[in-house]
Write a protein that binds this ligand. Sequence first.
Ligand SMILES: C=CC1=C(C)c2cc3[nH]c(cc4nc(cc5[nH]c(cc1n2)c(C)c5CCC(=O)O)C(CCC(=O)O)=C4C)c(C)c3C=C
Ligand SMILES: [Fe+2]
Length: 396
Amino acid sequence: MHEESGRRHFLKATIMGAGVLASTPLLALTPRETVKIHNIYPFYGKHQEGILTPAQKHIYFIVLDLHTTELDKIKAMFQMWTNYSANLTSGKNVKNYSNNAYVPPVDTGEADSLNPHNLTLTFGVSAQFFDKLNLTHLKPEKLRDLPAFPREQLQERYSGGDICIQACADDPQVAFHAVRNLVRAARSHISMKWSQSGFNAFEGKDTPRNLFAFKDGTGNPQTPQKLDETVWVNSQDWLNNGSYLVVRRIKMFLETWDRTNLFSQEQTFGRHRDTGAPIGEKHEFDEVDINKKDDKGNYVIPEVSHVHIARKTGQSILRRSYSYSDGIDEHGQFDAGLLFISFQKDPEQFIKIQNAFGNIDKMNEYITHMGTGLFACFAGVIDEHDYLGKALFEQA
Ligand SMILES: C=CC1=C(C)c2cc3[nH]c(cc4nc(cc5[nH]c(cc1n2)c(C)c5CCC(=O)O)C(CCC(=O)O)=C4C)c(C)c3C=C
Ligand SMILES: [Fe+2]
């Protein structure tokens, strides 16, 4: 992260440069004072940001459908998105404002006086993307629809789609602004399929708590080596250095949970609610020993607990989820839950864990999966000569 003068400074310079037009409607764009831009994650790099990046406080996640089967147009769209994303993540507008006040401003403007707030933009494509563009021969073997899982209640309005954009930032308006402008600029090629905003609350480097009040993310791989092994695709094809993103919109029955006693809540996860420590331990990052038994011969971390089941699979994924609350459902209950997002080098890592939860995870009483998606996220954009998906589009 570094400091540089940004969107506000630029806007001021643009308009002062147009001083001769001072009495024209251009004045409507007059900026406030210059703001020092800070909190930047660099856009360029070997991997896309928003994957290993520490989770920010807000997400706006959107899934788009393709409106064209013309590959050239889609390639040009990703080139434009690359350029716009590099600008947005460094605190600039998507493009310089025009001096002509009789055209709609090129940037929608609601982030004009804001820092980038650690904005990251992460792009992925689904199996259908390849089928629609006649690129089935380039579709990775592992990029298939996720299998059906027990008890899920998937709804079309939270599922499917061709392209995903994950915008994360420490300010909700910055995240939304980015998606709004990327979509706006590509409207003739795409339409919006579904979206979800979400939030994470934490102080400093603390693990965020989900809406069941448990720390969520503790068991994520922690060392750089383990993270690399878990997340990055290492292949000969275009997805090398990319990752697979699984998204699940999971409704959490808060009212039922709130009637559950604390002992049962902790038995559900296998961790203590206040500290996040494994049951029987004191500290959040104390070792999780799923084989440990008490003096009556019972597992200390119950066999049906969420953590016991996940751990027993031996699989590793990087979870980067956000809570959501979306008003009230048709039964007069909160429509709230978790926008579960995980990154892994192979979707099987997620599938094995979810299959293990199956019908036995004690948490099943309190949740249901309502939305789904699997996307292959490109490698990072190395520099200004590169663009999102270049390795794929050059083979097409
Ligand atoms: C298939 C993958 C997973 C889904 C779906 C999932 C949903 C889900 N999880 C919580 C809350 C917690 N999960 C925790 C740990 C945990 N969860 C998964 C996987 C999925 N969770 C894994 C791999 C792990 C780590 C297990 C380990 O090895 O330790 C925890 C404990 C704290 C932590 O490690 O983060 C909580 C709490 C919710 C509420 C939820 C769906 C709504
Ligand atoms: Fe979990």
